[in-house]
Design a protein around this ligand. Structure first.
Ligand code: IDP
Ligand code: MG
Length: 151
């Protein structure tokens, strides 16, 4: 089933110049880029995006991390895109992530694990709408649709 998912190249990926590496891996896997923007996440958006983690011991640090520098937010589309992105990312803790994954090859610290990917259809819908308006997202299944509305 064709799905859409939200991916963030997080501040450490931007700082380390790994945005292209992350995009390249997802492109080579066969997913299609449907939306892309660089955005500075503010505290309000950070708390909404990570609402499921509110109350956990790492929550405040997580909000500080994701708001420290801009992120590159993306929508990726393709068959089983949600789980495929999660496979390409690797486990949350890079020290435990498989080689061949983004985290397994490029990171070592759970607090600086480079990338976010939605973990379910419901999260994907919720998270995409936090970062993108519908008219900012290109639909590969309806490629005749204009990318920017009103043109
Ligand atoms: P995920 O990013 O692999 O989906 P989640 O469990 O949803 O992992 O956690 C969200 C983010 O919170 C992680 O990517 C990581 O940046 C941070 N995080 C998760 N667990 C810890 C922890 O135990 N210590 C510090 N940061 C954590
Ligand atoms: Mg998660």
């Amino acid at each position: 089933m064709v799905e859409r998912t939200l991916v963030l190249a997080k501040p450490d990926a931007v700082a380390r110049g790994l945005v292209g590496e992350i995009i390249g891996r997802l492109e080579r896997r066969g997913l299609r880029l449907s939306g892309l923007k660089m955005i500075w996440v503010d505290e309000d958006l950070a708390k909404k995006h990570y609402a499921a983690h509110r109350g956990k011991p790492f929550f405040d640090g997580l909000v500080e991390y994701i708001t420290a520098l801009p992120v590159v937010a993306m929508v990726w589309e393709g068959p089983s895109a949600i789980s495929v992105v999660r496979q390409v990312m690797g486990s949350t803790d890079p020290a435990k992530a498989q080689p061949g994954t983004i985290r397994g090859d490029l990171a070592l610290d759970i607090s600086n694990n480079l990338v976010h990917g939605s973990d379910s259809e419901e999260s994907a819908r919720r998270e995409i709408s936090l970062f993108f308006r519908e008219d900012e997202i290109f639909s590969w299944s309806r490629p005749q649709e204009r990318f920017i509305s009103g043109q």
